[in-house]
Write a protein that binds this ligand. Structure first.
Ligand SMILES: *[C@@H]1O[C@H](CO)[C@@H](O)[C@H](O)[C@H]1NC(C)=O
Ligand SMILES: *[C@@H]1O[C@H](CO)[C@@H](O)[C@H](O)[C@H]1NC(C)=O
Ligand SMILES: *[C@@H]1O[C@H](CO)[C@@H](O)[C@H](O)[C@H]1NC(C)=O
Ligand SMILES: *[C@@H]1O[C@H](CO)[C@@H](O)[C@H](O)[C@H]1NC(C)=O
Ligand SMILES: *[C@@H]1O[C@H](CO)[C@@H](O)[C@H](O)[C@H]1NC(C)=O
Ligand SMILES: *[C@@H]1O[C@H](CO)[C@@H](O)[C@H](O)[C@H]1NC(C)=O
Ligand SMILES: *[C@@H]1O[C@H](CO)[C@@H](O)[C@H](O)[C@H]1NC(C)=O
Length: 628
């Protein structure tokens, strides 16, 4: 309501003044000019693709009430164009609905449409289908890459144009690419191509900008004439010093920190990242004191639901957790924290913050214990999970070859002779991306893991199936290793023998599970639940009945690693034996009080003898920590 009023003000103050609304840069006074006045934004990043759409408004209102006047929004290309030329802007993908809400709440928007975004998101937002061309050069002037980019931007950018501030909307600026200076290619031709394309669809007036790490080496390849150069850095004592590289490249204009880090991301097997409220609020004050513009990354991190989390690469592959809480001012569940209150107190020193309380946390429930039953071993469910003909191939194919971009594929080959002694199945070329669960004829032997576990011993008899279930843990989202093919990307050996003649099953778990399987087929559940063995990849299911709906956190005590769905919604990966994340965020928006809630678990290694799930009212993101 507050917000509606603000929008009206903008609409009614200036209609007779020519040239307004307008948003530009004043290089003499070193500020942005909004309708002719010096203007400074205090913004926060929010990723609509990491928050259920039913909660978008609640989160935006909390940001508005903190005193922010803008939000910064990435657009992940792969989230909206899952197959070439097939677009999804519905439901949780409804970007325009999200942007409408920002407008209704009186928030300005800083758009970051990529095409590459990083964001700790699979492949930095680039669609994996770009890898159909194996030697494609990503983020460079490769004609195939540029054609795909142009086709996507011809769909996305026209949606933004009427929403630009100068056209009566609330988008004040648009970023081109993302931290391009951190990418080795340093291809100015590519950046010029993007610049031309953005201008073509958005016009000559809009403020276009780039963002790079605050260092000369980054700005060197990341900046381009006519794109306003901004930087990113976390809490520092002396903000003037931190902005020096930006000033060297761009002597005049407003100072902008496009990513002021309020926390940090988590990797599996590493410690949960925590940055204190004091450090974040003091660093923010240092930036605001010198008159700079700032965007806080993240203001709410949210969740890497489904298979969307990315990975970093620093000598070794480092997959990112399901939670993207980020230790941000709003938690993964959108709840205000002390950090938010500290930030609000700082903002209040520089500009008025809206009167009234910050909206409260959403209701949380500890629904308690649920018993799960084994539905069956994964290899016995292939008629449901991979109904099409498998791929028959002498040597393994990748996920991308099979057009199975996410999740899992099962690679099977028959033993060509008896294997009486423990004999290693090996990936001598580190060719498993990213984990492979090895069984022979239903007996589970262990795991191959990228960069760490390269052998698993097996025994077996001639003619038995050797099953290699391969899990994609998320494509690398940053640096020069973006082309991260998944599956078995090099040959496997058994002892000294090359393994050949594979039958490959791409697995579509989301399809049947979102249609109600296995719960709608209880006869099948009963028939196979005799399988008592709890080792190796298998599906489990159970139901939860509740009377009150709210958010909750799912814990799978004594389980090892896997994927979990509730009512067909893919909550993401769990891996409590690695940590640090122990519970999964379950948004109340996917729960039902009128029907039983259906829980489906794919456990990959070992389930407990008595398989149970627990629903808690608090998250555990800093639990098991087995790393350095
Ligand atoms: C966004 O708002 C406009 C103007 O009110 C409306 O016409 C349009 O249908 C809305 N779009 C969505 C996706 O909500
Ligand atoms: C901050 O850094 C600037 C530029 O390096 C320097 O001139 C200034 O003295 C520093 N301020 C403080 C308080 O150290
Ligand atoms: C595999 O078995 C061999 C003996 O055949 C043994 O030397 C080796 O340590 C085993 N490797 C693993 C990874 O267990
Ligand atoms: C379950 O399978 C494991 C190996 O996959 C085997 O060692 C164990 O004996 C089996 N347990 C039962 C009860 O069949
Ligand atoms: C697997 O081995 C075959 C036979 O040596 C070879 O032709 C093929 O290129 C190998 N595949 C990979 C990915 O190395
Ligand atoms: C759970 O599955 C049952 C079928 O066993 C179905 O009737 C029910 O609607 C499902 N619950 C939800 C919330 O979809
Ligand atoms: C995890 O965080 C909670 C709440 O902040 C704290 O009480 C607990 O000590 C932390 N545990 C570890 C292992 O750091």
């Amino acid at each position: 309501m507050l917000a509606g009023a603000l929008v009206l003000v903008v609409g009614s103050l200036y209609p007779l003044v020519s040239g307004y609304p307008s948003f530009t840069i004043d290089y003499n006074r070193d500020c942005f000019l909004k309708d002719g006045q010096c203007f400074r934004y205090i913004s926060g990043s929010i990723h609509y693709f990491r928050i259920p759409s039913a909660y978008w408004k609640d989160r935006l209102l909390k940001m508005y009430m903190t005193g922010l006047n803008a939000v910064q929004v990435y657009v992940p290309w792969n989230f909206h164009e899952p197959q070439p030329g097939v677009y999804n802007f519905r439901g949780d993908h409804d970007l325009e609905h999200f942007l409408n809400l920002t407008m209704e709440l009186g928030l300005l928007v800083i758009m970051r449409p990529g095409p590459y975004i990083c964001a700790e998101w699979d492949m930095g937002g680039l669609p994996a289908w770009l890898l159909h061309k194996k030697d494609i050069r990503l983020r460079a002037s490769d004609p195939d890459y540029l054609n795909a980019v142009d086709s996507w931007l011809s769909v996305l950018l026209p949606k933004l144009r009427p929403r630009l501030y100068n056209n009566g909307g609330n988008i004040i600026s648009v970023q081109v690419e993302n931290e391009y200076g951190s990418f080795l290619a340093c291809d100015y031709g590519y950046m010029r191509h993007l610049h031309t394309t953005f201008r073509l669809y958005l016009g000559d007036d809009v403020v276009l900008f780039t963002t790079d790490g605050s260092g000369d080496s980054y700005l060197k390849c990341g900046t381009l004439q006519d794109l306003y150069a901004t930087v990113d850095f976390g809490p520092v004592g002396n903000a003037t010093k931190a902005f020096e590289p930006m000033r060297r490249f761009q002597p005049r204009g407003p100072l902008v920190n496009s990513e002021y880090y309020t926390g940090w991301l988590d990797y599996w097997k590493e410690k949960h990242a925590v940055v204190s409220a004091d450090r974040v609020s003091q660093g923010l004050e240092a930036i605001l004191e010198i008159g700079a513009n700032v965007n806080m990354y993240m203001f709410e991190g949210g969740t890497n639901f489904g298979f969307w989390s990315g990975a970093d690469f620093s000598g070794v592959y480092k997959p990112i957790t399901t939670s993207y809480d980020y230790d941000a001012p709003l938690t993964e569940a959108g709840d205000p924290t002390d950090k938010l209150l500290a930030i609000r107190s700082v903002i209040r020193k520089f500009q008025p913050v809206p009167e009234g309380p910050i909206p409260p946390p959403t209701q949380k429930y500890a629904y308690g214990l649920v018993a799960l039953n084994k539905v069956g071993d994964l290899v016995d469910l292939l008629d449901i999970l991979s109904p099409d003909n498998p791929i028959v191939t002498p040597y393994p194919v990748t996920f991308e070859d099979a057009k199975q971009y996410f999740g899992f594929m099962l690679y099977r080959t028959r033993l060509t002779g008896d294997v009486p002694d423990q004999t290693p199945v090996s990936s001598n070329v580190n060719g498993v991306h990213d984990r492979a669960y090895i069984s022979v004829s239903g007996t589970f032997y262990g795991v191959l893991e990228r960069d760490s576990l390269k052998n698993v011993n097996v025994t077996g008899k001639e003619g038995q199936w050797l099953d290699v279930l391969v899990e994609n843990m998320g494509r690398i989202n940053y640096g020069s290793d973006l082309k991260d093919f998944k599956g078995i990307i090099g040959n496997l050996t058994l002892g000294n023998d090359l393994l050949e003649n594979w039958v490959v099953y791409p697995l579509n778990l989301d399809g049947p599970i979102s249609q109600g399987w296995p719960h709608i087929m209880s006869d099948r559940v009963l028939k196979t639940s005799q399988t008592k063995n709890t080792t190796g990849p298998a599906i489990y299911s159970g139901t939860l009945s509740i009377t009150d709906i709210g958010d909750t956190y799912l814990k799978l005590p004594k389980w090892s690693k896997g994927q979990v769905w509730i009512n067909g919604f893919n909550l993401g990966r769990y891996w409590p034996v690695r940590g640090p994340q122990v519970t999964l965020y379950v948004p109340g928006t996917i729960l039902s009080s009128s029907q039983v809630n259906n829980i489906t678990v794919l456990e990959l290694e070992n389930a407990p003898d008595r398989p149970i799930a627990m629903f808690l009212d608090k998250p555990i993101l800093n639990g098991t920590y087995v790393g350095k």
